[in-house]
Design a protein around this ligand. Structure first.
Ligand code: ANZ
Length: 960
């Protein structure tokens, strides 16, 4: 018999069975109802919260997903894992008395949209909007309870108006170190005008503000602004035709997107002074409820190092180094400058000093020649390549010696590419005995090594005999006694402190903190991004557009494709698509001092901009007067007990966003907080990283992925069109030909089954392999649930108004208790196991189910499988929605175990085991024990001296 006839026969016999067809009908109907009813719309406080008794009584929960990028490929079943999880959680919170804000927008600017548009020849807006519509339809089919009034896309002009507005807040503010917060730039100007703050000229002299030209003032302010343009070495990617942020460059120096080479090039670009917030970004992590792994990644990325700056004099000048080991100064036997260090020329003499070692000169006739040759060589390497822990260190002597300030020794100064210009001061003191890189370099260049930290092993203190450096923070200092200072015998920590104090006293150094974090490169040479609300006057001074001119909309251009170049050609420079539109670029505007000619900024913002503040827009999505109404922001995001910086209650997304989005969004929050626009200094209080849904990748003998749907399994081997193929667990995706779409699964089983399957696959934070064949298991659960309420033949509800038996009551209340705890703890897989157990109990018991059991069962599954739950609820005669119904509460009397085993000892030996109620009293237990047959037999009529009772587990009878 074919499958179709089986299904057809079943439908005749049981026309009201829960089939894919019925699921589809139910799901579509309730989705329409929920939309029309506004079931998921979360009210905002209107004005004063105190005047809103309903909201005062209801705690709030703001639950968010990392919003999707609407790609042309649409969703596969891996994408909605997190969305389903937050939806289940949000539904549970609604049913436990919370006002829940849950919605989803779209992050729609950025490179992929533009590249897709370039490939297909359609305008990015057209293709992006079509992708959004497609994705919305896919998501709607999953029954996600989103407040749709609050959804938006980052490309909507009335959204990016505020992205531009925030940019201007950042541009028009500075970081006041003393107050440790951002302040409006006008307050800085006032300090300059009044003379409260001195204006430092480039030569170190003080100048009067009112004597500066407009252009000079702009330059001074640029040194303070939190968003500023500067000519700095940036990551230029010719293959993509744009510059990239450090965070977008991979560990091997290529573009994260597209895997193209990235070069350092000096270009005028916009930056965000995120470094001003390094300390706060670090400190505030402590109070966040985030996975430790993500916190650690942020800490490492920010990279706080405590150390000292130390001056090494040369001919009345000095080279300043940054070291984290000032305790090892006596062991510094040479110095290294980054090849690009600006002092290199100055300290390069005309000729090599008498008798300079051949290895030091690299065979070059003069220091200048050696330096020039080495610089060319170093320029072709990325920072990452330069920092790689390769043993073969390269470099060249500059021909100069500096003085080690602790012992007056003359130490040679080298340039070498393992020292980077962008870190510390771009110069180091080298301590070969205690630093691996210095050790390798010293070996190669035959430089002396001096052990100044006592080794904890038996290598001895003659470093020249060692195989590698010895590094420790937990050891004693040796060989470090000079005329003015001695560190001998001190531990590392104390020695560092003593040295810092001495350096500061002598005025030749100071303790400092250095950060690895760099300012955030904020401009891109792209069309599909937010235009900068900045214009330049005829002197090239940047002006912000007034708020009334926002949004500055992206102009329509003929050619929006980026100008890309030979990926390997570093000698190229970017061309912005917006610059090709002269009419838009050159404008006459009145910025308050009469109409004048300006040129617009033609870079666009990076795609990260739109996701830096979207949580705030969800709160007050249609406000066109303010970023967000303060009372509304305070209600949803403001600080509460246990969350001192405020923020979203739950934010779910992938672990790959540890440093980019999550760091940028924190930074914007802090600026907005400092400027008084929001009460929350952190965007996301609790972060949860969901695992990935993986899928098997099948490859033929050439290693090419073949369509997973066409693979057959025979005796544990896999075949594609007769050819044996290999099988490995990997990512799911179109390119690996193993994508399964939610649409397929919904068509075959319905969304409720898909939701249950995804949640049942394992703990949410663990990656799990997709197995289409296993989905049916959850479908069967729903079929059995249906059968426990509805007669498949007649469609009549079968529940009865009878008292359930004791065993059923126990099964019910245990399930309620367990499911409640599991949903609260986001253990959706075990919650499903408990619902299944209860449902199976009812199936096995047979006969009609009592209403007092059927109703809570439906409520238990409602967060997980909302459509079938809503349907059964209404069929049970209820007229309200399950969505806002109270979640069942367990009766503790039925939750405790029915009986416990009590051990009865006679003369110290176990003579009986009794099944008793856990609530039994001592007296009752004693009575039961003494009446037990075995106990009576064991006593054999002997007199009882004492009975020790520890209800409910132990009775000990001592005989006379
Ligand atoms: C002397 C020394 C002795 C060092 C020793 C280390 C160990 P973190 O912890 O990452 O901040 N350094 C400083 N500036 C550098 C640059 N621009 N390029 C490459 N290396 C640089 O690292 C700080 C240490 O890295 C500094 O401390 C310096 O080497 C080196 F036993 O100074 B140290």
């Amino acid at each position: 018999m074919s499958e179709t006839t089986t299904a057809a026969t079943a439908e005749v016999a049981a026309p009201h069975r829960y089939t894919a067809g019925l699921a589809a009908e139910i799901e579509a109907r309730w989705q329409d109802f929920w939309d029309a009813d506004g079931t998921y719309e979360a009210p905002n406080p209107s004005g004063d919260l105190a005047g809103d008794p309903e909201l005062v009584a209801k705690p709030k929960k703001f639950i968010m997903d990392m919003f999707p990028y609407p790609s042309g490929a649409g969703l596969h079943v891996g994408h909605p894992l997190g969305y389903i999880a937050t939806d289940v959680f949000a539904r549970f919170q609604r049913m436990t008395g919370h006002n829940v804000l849950h919605t989803l927008g779209f992050d729609a600017f950025g490179l992929p949209a533009e590249q897709y548009a370039v490939q297909t020849g359609t305008h990015p807006r057209v293709s992006t909007e079509a992708n959004i519509e497609n994705m919305k339809a896919q998501l709607r089919g999953l029954g996600l309870g989103h407040d749709k009034r609050r959804s938006f896309a980052t490309i909507d002009p009335d959204y990016y108006k505020w992205t531009q507005w925030i940019f201007l807040q950042i541009f028009n503010s500075w970081y006041d170190e003393e107050a440790a917060k951002a302040r409006p730039i006008g307050e800085l100007v006032a300090q300059f005008e009044s003379g409260d703050r001195a204006v430092q000229g480039a030569d170190g002299t003080t100048r009067a503000w009112n004597e500066l030209t407009a252009s000079e003032r702009a330059d001074v302010l640029s040194e303070y602004r939190l968003a500023y343009a500067s000519d700095a070495p940036v990551n230029w990617c010719p293959g993509l035709g744009t510059v990239l942020a450090n965070e977008e460059v991979t560990a091997d120096g290529r573009s994260e997107r597209g895997n193209f080479p990235v070069f350092k090039a000096k270009l005028r670009q916009w930056n965000m002074r995120i470094t001003a917030y390094a300390d706060r970004l670090l400190d505030d992590l402590d109070a966040l409820d985030w996975p430790e792994a993500i916190k650690l990644q942020q800490r490492n990325w920010i990279g706080r190092s405590e150390g000292a700056r130390v001056d090494f004099p040369i001919d009345g000048e000095a080279i300043t180094v940054f070291t984290t080991r000032q305790d090892t100064l006596f062991g510094a036997t040479y110095m290294v400058l980054a090849p690009e260090h600006p002092l290199v020329e100055k300290f390069t003499p005309d000729a090599w000093p008498e008798g300079t070692h051949e290895v030091w000169t690299g065979g070059h006739a003069t220091p200048a020649e050696a330096v020039a040759a080495y610089r060319t060589q170093a320029a072709s390497k990325s920072d990452v390549e330069r920092q790689a822990e390769a043993k073969d260190k390269t470099g060249v002597f500059t021909g100069t010696f500096a003085t080690n300030p602790v012992n007056g020794e003359q130490v040679p100064v080298f340039i070498a590419d393992y020292v980077l210009m962008g870190y510390g001061t771009g110069a180091i003191m080298a301590v070969p005995a205690h630093d691996t890189r210095d050790f390798a370099f010293a070996r190669a260049f035959e430089l002396p090594m001096r052990c100044v930290v006592e080794p904890s092993d038996d290598r001895g203190t003659d470093a020249s005999t060692w195989d590698d450096a010895f590094a420790s923070y937990d050891a004693k200092i040796v060989n470090s006694a000079g005329e003015e200072i001695s560190l001998d015998g001190l531990g590392v920590v104390d020695a560092k402190a003593r040295m810092t104090e001495w350096l500061e006293r002598k005025g030749i150094g100071e303790g400092t903190v250095n950060f690895r974090l760099r300012d955030w490169l904020f401009s891109r040479q792209r069309y599909w991004g937010e235009p900068f609300p900045i214009v330049y006057d005829e002197d090239g001074i940047a002006h912000s557009l007034p708020e009334s001119m926002l949004p500055l909309e992206l102009p329509e251009v003929e050619d929006y494709s980026p100008r890309t170049f030979d990926p390997d050609d570093a000698n190229t420079s970017p061309e912005t698509p917006l610059s090709r539109n002269e009419d838009w670029v050159n404008v006459t505007l009145d910025l308050g001092d009469g109409p004048k000619k300006y040129r617009r900024e033609t870079n666009t913002m990076p795609n990260w901009a739109g996701s830096c503040w979207y949580e705030l827009r969800y709160l007050d999505p249609h406000n066109d007067q303010k970023l967000v109404d303060p009372a509304i922001e305070q209600y949803w995001m403001g600080p509460r007990e246990g969350r001192p910086h405020g923020g979203v209650d739950l934010y779910v997304g992938g672990a790959e966003h540890a440093v980019l989005h999550l760091l940028y969004a924190r930074f914007w929050s802090k600026v907005l907080f400092d400027l008084g626009h929001v009460s929350s200094a952190e965007p996301f209080h609790k972060l949860f990283n969901q695992g990935m849904i993986q899928a098997f990748v099948y490859r033929d003998s050439r290693g090419i992925a073949v369509s997973a749907a066409e693979v057959e399994e025979r005796d544990g081997a896999y075949y594609h069109q007769g050819e044996k193929v290999s099988r490995l667990l990997g990512k799911m995706g179109k390119s690996l030909k193993n994508a399964v779409t939610p649409d397929e699964i919904c068509a075959e089983y319905g969304a409720d089954t898909l939701r249950l399957y995804e949640m049942a696959m394992g703990p949410l934070d663990v990656s799990r392999p997709w197995d289409t064949r296993a989905v049916v298991g959850q479908f069967r659960l729903l079929q059995r649930l249906w059968r426990n309420v509805v007669d498949e033949a007649t469609g009549e509800v079968t529940v009865v108004d009878a008292e359930p038996d004791e065993e059923t009551l126990r099964a019910l209340h245990k399930a309620i208790d367990g499911v409640r705890q599991d949903l609260e703890g986001m253990r959706f897989n075990t919650a499903i196991a408990k619902v299944t157990e209860l449902n199976n109990h009812l199936t096995k018991a047979g006969g009609p189910v009592a209403r007092s059991v059927a109703e809570p069962l439906v409520l238990l599954i409602a967060p997980l499988a909302p459509h079938i739950a809503e349907e059964l609820w209404r069929r049970l005669g209820r007229t309200d929605s399950v969505v806002h119904h109270d979640f069942p509460v367990a009766d503790p009397a039925y939750v405790v175990d029915e009986t416990v085993t009590c051990v009865v000892q006679v003369k110290g030996k176990v003579k009986a085991r009794l099944e008793v109620s856990p609530a039994i009293s001592d007296e009752e237990l004693e009575k039961v024990a003494l009446a037990d047959e075995k106990v009576v037999a064991a006593l054999g009529g002997a007199g009882i001296r004492k009975v020790i009772v520890r209800a409910p587990k132990l009775v000990n009878i001592v005989t006379a």
